[in-house]
Design a binder for this molecule. Structure first.
Ligand code: ADP
Ligand code: MG
Length: 224
């Protein structure tokens, strides 16, 4: 029993340390990015310099994204309590949140949820999971493609489906999902799926992918 306590203590300290380090790196990044944004709009610099500033800002944005996703893994959730989460409301608010992101390339999220569905979980974590999966669906989609989302109760579980008609994945790519830093995107972090799998596992849920290269992907999320 004693060993077990020590072990979990150690895990917690490592997590806190990692979170602190990530925080300390984020602050200077923000400062550097702020200056680059100023220079980018400064008449004193020529077009070449400005292009380089933009590249630097893009790279810093990726670093920031990696850090914030990493923080959400390393830092144990402050709000550990579970609550009754209304899946329909969670989906609605995530769809609203990502609306403008999708409209950028004219991808509409079509929500089709027949009823209020409830699961016992942490609301923030469920939303985080849904955001990551919906973002991937949008990013994989071609201009104008819809993303379809359904949710319903089956016998012993709640089932959420996110369907896109975009890039799809090969069997090899499917196997790599959830591996830290696995990403085929030039501006990806490769941490989204790992976060999703962690959250699903925490609530004894599963995430299943059906995908065909060039045709699209169906993600099925199930919670008991
Ligand atoms: P990121 O989105 O930062 O690349 P993720 O962990 O969210 O990291 O996803 C890892 C990779 O899995 C993506 O780069 C992409 O290649 C692939 N992927 C995930 N979801 C989809 C999807 N709906 N359609 C096609 N590919 C996907
Ligand atoms: Mg992603």
């Amino acid at each position: 029993y004693y060993e077990q306590v020590k072990q979990s203590e150690r895990l917690r300290t490592t997590g806190q340390l990692a979170a602190a380090v990530a925080h300390e790196i984020r602050n200077p990044l923000t400062v550097v990015k702020g200056f680059l944004q100023l220079y980018e709009n400064d008449e004193a610099y020529n077009i070449d310099a400005k292009r380089h500033f933009r590249l630097m800002i893009d790279e810093l944005n990726i670093a920031e994204e990696v850090l914030s996703q990493f923080l959400s893994i390393a830092k144990p959730n402050k709000n550990e309590e579970t609550e009754t989460v209304n899946v329909r409301s969670a989906l609605q608010s995530v769809a609203d949140l990502l609306k403008s992101y999708g409209l950028y390339r004219n991808n509409k999220i079509e929500l089709n949820v027949e009823e209020d569905i409830y699961i016992e979980a942490n609301n923030m974590e469920i939303k985080q999971l849904l955001v990551n999966i919906l973002k991937n669906a949008i990013e994989a989609s071609k201009i104008g493609d819809p993303i379809m989302v359904t949710a319903g109760t089956k016998k012993n579980f709640v089932e959420i489906k996110v369907i896109d008609f975009g890039d799809g994945m090969t069997e090899e790519e499917l196997k790599s999902l959830g591996t830290p830093f696995y990403s085929l995107k030039s501006k990806g972090t490769g941490l989204g799926m790992m976060i999703c799998f962690n959250i699903a596992a925490k609530y004894k849920g599963t995430i299943e992918f059906q995908s065909a290269k060039g045709k699209g992907t169906t993600v099925t999320i199930r919670f008991p």
